[in-house]
Design a protein around this ligand. Structure first.
Ligand code: ADP
Ligand code: MG
Length: 238
């Protein structure tokens, strides 16, 4: 569970075309990376998949069902943002459980899932703290924990490591790779970091100006870049 299909997805803001006809197949359990220069439409595409933004046209199916009219909370998707987006007045535990609480889940179920996710992320010691009492790396782990608690079919990550220092970026990247193996969920991950792309991805989608330039495994893109743009982005000889 967690396959995704985009067909002819377009998005304009006013008369500016930002996403210009995207076709993409993501298989259940795949780790897919979107790379591309700043402003090329990566975040917009994630937000469209999540339902936070409406596509101007096109079709989006998850596990074969059209979701264009399905509200974000009903898509089985959880998104992790660069800025963590935690509630400052809530404890770690309440931040992680909030989505389930809003969905009306019973208290025991929320407790069970929060404690499981906090164990996966070694956050047990911090459950009573508020975000201001945590480091950046810990805050991002809480945001990832909050996503796990919802048991989504599909995780969306928008440059989740960009605000972390270099050492923490490596650790958190390895942690996300481990979670992908353990949860067997589908993950779509935006980055502009080649190392993240090459090490995490089953499949890399190279975007430029709202258009897919190439889709392939890291080695395919490295060995056979479709054009100079891809070669330059992946760092291969071309
Ligand atoms: P990326 O994440 O690849 O850096 P974005 O998806 O954030 O790019 O943005 C793609 C383009 O769409 C940019 O030119 C940006 O200015 C524009 N854009 C994004 N959101 C909006 C919006 N709500 N209104 C108008 N333009 C937007
Ligand atoms: Mg972005």
């Amino acid at each position: 569970m967690g396959s995704l299909q985009l067909k002819s997805v377009r998005k304009s803001f006013g008369n500016v075309d930002v996403i210009k006809g995207i076709d993409l197949d993501v298989k259940d359990g795949e780790f897919v990376i979107f790379v591309g220069p700043s402003g090329c439409g990566k975040s917009t595409l994630l937000r469209i998949i999540a339902g936070l933004e409406d596509a101007t046209s096109g079709s989006i199916t998850i596990d074969g069902a059209e979701v264009v009219t399905v509200p974000p909370a009903k898509r089985g998707i959880a998104m992790v943002f660069q800025s963590y987006a935690l509630y400052p007045h809530l404890t770690v535990k309440d931040n992680m459980g909030l989505g389930l609480k809003q969905a009306g889940a019973p208290k025991e179920e929320i407790e069970k899932r929060v404690s499981k996710a906090s164990a996966m992320l070694s956050l047990e010691k911090y459950l009573a703290r508020r975000p201001a009492e945590l480091s950046g790396g810990q805050r991002q782990r809480v945001a990832i924990g909050r996503a796990i608690v919802r048991e989504p079919k599909l995780f969306l990550f928008d440059e989740p490591l960009s605000n972390l220092d270099a050492a923490l970026r490596v650790n958190t990247r390895l942690e996300i790779a481990r979670l992908h193996r353990e949860l067997k969920a589908t993950m779509i991950y935006v980055t502009h970091d080649q190392v993240e792309a090459m090490t995490l991805a089953d499949k890399i989608v190279v975007l430029d100006a709202g258009v897919i330039q190439q889709v392939g495994s890291p080695m395919e893109l490295y060995n056979r870049p479709a054009n100079l743009f891809v070669a330059g982005f992946i760092g291969s000889p071309g």
